[in-house]
Ligand binder design. Structure first.
Ligand code: NAD
Ligand code: MG
Length: 397
């Protein structure tokens, strides 16, 4: 078997570190060709020591030069690059077979598109890239002959529960049911949500994740982004996508067929499972995760949720369907607003309930009009960020 050469984009993050943990278990199958990070020089240095990649990329010149200085003279094969263009070069490098897209936010879009156009096996954790890229992203995958495999646990579960041949999906599948843990505020009095702190919001009950996705889980904007992600990955109409709260996160999502049979994927909440599945697909390899112990599993419960959401507690969820029914590009506006709002919340510039306020106001301020190119999308993203930033300033005033 030829070893897969893997580029891990965003290797210092939560998904990146879990990916390296799985790769480390299978030296005969996988080889790390490139590692990339924003500014965490010392973490990337440690990863370079352990994996000896050919390339290491930092987001900016200062961080890049610092890493290069620290690597110099060690006799490693690693060449250091920096900047957004270097990320695209790594993602489309002729020696790379597989790209793990684990950058957070729209910042990962260009490198995802580069990997798609270059026909790579593209393991997509970076859901924002697909939410922003939409049909343009899918067209790049199609044209480049790339293999797009979901890493988000829900989408991996759905992919594992679907028939192998995608052309059969529309005729056989009645609906997709995404499970949601409900996050840290599932049972908290909605009236008290306006005052929650960043520390409370990032303390997820079942998963340890990066800060941005943790806040998204607390607002349920993560589930909204995942509904949009599912729409693009699986091609079902928005009304055939549903969300149910399942606090234990044992069932990772389900597919209901026309005969009312439901197929689900279960497991302990450990991202190494979907990561190992994406890396080895269609094979199965050791992931390092614990198996479910059905003798100890106390309970699996479900809480009804109108798929349009819990208007008081999780008002953001409904925005997914709203954005999917609006002109193409609206999902990119929603994503940009949310990235700006979450950052402002984490910096204590707006309250928790300000996130939804910024998202709503930005959706009504910025008209999306069918972006046809990456430049159109980046322009729309920039306009939405400017509008969201203005909303943040208004809330602070
Ligand atoms: P994280 O914040 O822990 O890591 C993000 C990584 O991206 C880091 O390596 C960081 O250095 C890099 N990065 C950030 N901004 C960058 C920029 N502008 N340019 C270049 N690199 C940049 O995030 P995470 O939790 O690992 O999530 C990564 C992606 O995976 C997100 O899109 C998230 O929604 C998705 N995801 C995460 C989980 C999880 O369990 N953590 C589960 C499902 C999906
Ligand atoms: Mg998920």
């Amino acid at each position: 078997m030829k070893r897969q050469r893997v580029a891990v984009l965003g290797s210092t993050g939560s998904i990146g570190a879990n990916t390296l943990d799985v790769i480390r278990r299978h030296p005969a199958r996988f080889e790390v060709f490139a590692l990339t990070a924003a500014t965490q020089v010392d973490t990337l240095l440690e990863q370079c020591a352990a994996f000896q990649p050919q390339l290491a990329v930092m987001a900016n010149e200062a961080a890049g030069r610092e890493l290069a200085r620290k690597i110099e003279g060690r006799g490693w094969p690693t060449k250091v690059l920096w900047g957004a263009r270097a990320l695209e070069d790594v993602a489309s490098h002729e020696q790379v077979d597989t790209v793990m897209a684990a950058i957070v936010g729209a910042a990962g879009l260009a490198s995802c598109l580069a990997a798609a156009r270059a026909g790579k096996r593209l393991l997509l954790a970076n859901k924002e890239a697909l939410v922003v890229g939409g049909e343009l992203f899918l067209a790049a995958v199609e044209k480049g002959g790339a293999q797009l495999l979901p890493i988000d646990s829900e989408h991996s579960a759905i992919f594992q529960s679907l028939p192998e041949d995608p052309s059969t999906w529309p005729a056989r599948v009645e609906k997709i049911i995404l499970t949601a843990s409900g996050g840290p505020f599932r049972t908290r009095d909605p009236k008290s949500l306006r005052d929650v702190t960043p520390e409370e919001a990032v303390a997820h009950p079942n998963w340890v994740m990066g800060r941005k996705i943790s806040v998204d889980s607390a607002t349920m904007m993560n589930k909204a982004l995942e509904v949009i992600e599912a729409r693009y990955l699986f091609g079902l109409a928005p009304e055939r996508l549903e969300v149910v709260i399942h606090p234990q996160s044992v069932i990772h999502s389900m597919v209901q067929y026309h005969d009312k049979s439901v197929v689900a994927q279960l497991g302990t909440p450990d991202m190494r499972v979907p990561i190992a599945y994406g890396l080895a697909w269609p094979d199965r390899v050791e992931s390092g995760a614990q198996a479910l112990d059905f003798h100890k599993l106390a309970d699996m419960t479900f809480e009804a949720m109108d798929s349009r959401g819990h208007p008081e507690r999780f008002p953001g969820l409904a925005l997914a369907w709203q954005a999917l029914r609006a002109p193409a590009g609206t999902t990119a506006v929603l994503n940009a607003a949310n990235e700006v709002a979450v950052e402002a919340f984490l910096a204590r510039r707006i309250r928790f309930d300000g996130i939804h306020a910024v998202n709503l106001a930005t959706l009504s301020a910025v008209a999306a009009s069918n972006p046809a190119t990456l430049d159109d999308l980046l322009d729309l993203d920039a306009r939405a960020r400017a509008a969201a930033t203005a909303q943040v300033a208004r809330l602070q005033a």
